[in-house]
Design a protein around this ligand. Structure first.
Ligand SMILES: [Zn+2]
Length: 85
């Protein structure tokens, strides 16, 4: 008969304590989407100097990323500006 590893024996005697995870607290009524929108509005209001919206200079649509230089809506390309943002 094969002898069990001492570590296996030790671990085998330990039962995992599976306490239930704490329930997620819904911070606001109305679900996740309104909560996310209100949170974004609060961040923009509280820290306007840290929030940058990269709008297309041609159609004013919001670019895909803060560093994007081509519009996903109208196709305008402003790589030529030479800035390194
Ligand atoms: Zn555009």
């Amino acid at each position: 008969m094969r002898e069990a590893c001492p570590m296996t024996q030790k671990l085998g005697s330990v039962s995992l304590q599976t306490d239930p995870l704490p329930k997620v607290v819904i911070l606001e009524e109305g679900g996740l989407d309104p909560f996310v929108i209100r949170t974004a509005q609060r961040i923009i209001a509280d820290h306007p100097e840290k929030v940058f919206f990269n709008h297309c200079p041609a159609c004013n649509a919001l670019a895909r990323t803060p560093r994007a230089r081509q519009c996903r809506f109208c196709g305008h390309d402003w790589h030529y500006n030479g800035d390194s943002q």
